[in-house]
Design a protein around this ligand. Structure first.
Ligand code: GDP
Ligand code: MG
Length: 318
């Protein structure tokens, strides 16, 4: 792959790049100071960008000369890392695979947060239960199916044996562009390797660290799958914190609350905490929403509310 030189080094051509019609493409890899663009013509080229250019994998771009112009995004997926920094992880994704292992069980609320984040960003979430080859898997699958099958597609599988991969391949093959999120060790790298043999990701690596013990430049790549569909792989998908999710987003997208959309609470801005005439509390009382599901909602609500306070304080400072 040849790297494009800067315009100074390449020598100025007679034509003004701004007047060129431009070539359309999509950013398929990001290396910090350069991005790889796959053009509609099928050609690939490295194009230099500023480190802070804000381009991400999945961006549709128009390249004129040395200039990369980003076209409007259909979706943007953001995450907050453990240090509270906000990162844009992918553009124009339409599905998000939430990967958990059949054993050990996922941390409380992890699946719910990811479902809410995906839906709020206009992505369709789906659940992947990996490591179904383990002895204890059947109970975990039954439990997770019971909670989530009414809300999202569920794919029980084993990246190790390949069992159950076909339905996921077929789903992605219907033209979806997605990414996987999940805590370390659930098998995201193994799954990407199984779905897309050309990827060859290291399995069992916790993180990419450089000699100072810091994360090296994040390289994320958009891979075309052999049976159709595309997947973004990015090293930063372990700590997937919610970004700018409002209480309305949470209530509207929380898995298991779908039924309440047809019902109306007495107060339009009901937080479903302890308000009189709350439809959600009604369903909890009837046992149609379990106490456990409701408790997790309340925990995430606390988080969202502190996020709202923080956002207001940021607003005051600016
Ligand atoms: N039993 C079993 N182990 C798996 C499976 N998929 C991955 N693993 C193991 O789980 C560990 C973590 O896998 P990895 O793909 O690195 O997880 P990641 O941190 O989510 O990328 C490795 O030891 C894998 O060999 C599976 O389907 N079944
Ligand atoms: Mg990994």
């Amino acid at each position: 792959m040849k790297a494009r030189k800067t315009s100074a080094a390449a020598g100025k051509t007679a034509a003004d790049p701004a007047l060129e019609p431009g070539r359309r493409g999509v950013v398929v890899a990001h290396h910090g100071i350069s991005v790889e663009v796959l053009f509609d013509s099928g050609e690939r080229e490295m194009v230099r960008v500023k480190r802070s250019s804000g381009h991400v994998v999945g961006d549709d771009v128009l390249v004129r000369g040395e200039v990369l112009q980003r076209l409007p995004r259909r979706t943007e997926l953001r995450r907050r890392d453990a240090m509270r920094g906000v990162h844009l992880v992918g553009a124009n994704l339409d599905v998000l695979g939430i990967v958990v292992a059949a054993s050990p069980p996922p941390p409380a609320g992890f699946i719910d947060r990811a479902i809410v984040a995906a839906r709020a960003a206009d992505l369709d979430p789906f659940l992947v239960i990996n490591k179904c080859d383990l002895d204890s898997a059947a109970d975990a699958v039954t439990a997770l199916h019971g909670i989530y099958a009414g809300s999202v597609l569920v794919f029980p599988l084993s990246a190790a044996t390949g069992a159950g991969l076909a339905p996921l391949r077929a789903f992605l093959g219907t033209g979806h562009r997605g990414a996987f999120v999940g805590t370390t060790g659930v098998g995201k790298s193994s799954l990407l390797n199984a779905l897309c043999p050309e990827i060859d990701l290291k399995v069992g690596e916790l993180n990419v660290l450089n000699y100072r013990g810091c994360n090296t430049t994040t390289v994320s790549t958009l891979h075309a799958l052999p049976d159709g569909g595309e997947l973004v792989d990015t090293p930063g998908f372990q700590d997937f914190g919610l970004v700018d999710i409002t209480m309305q987003d949470l209530a509207a997208h929380y898995p298991g609350f779908e039924e309440t959309r047809q019902l109306a609470c007495r107060f339009r801005n009901c937080r479903h905490r302890s308000e009189p005439g709350c439809a959600v509390i009604g369903l909890v009382a009837q046992g149609r929403i379990t106490a456990e599901r409701y408790a997790t909602y309340l925990e995430i609500l606390d988080e969202v509310e502190s996020g709202e306070v923080e956002a207001r304080q940021r607003g005051w400072k600016n």
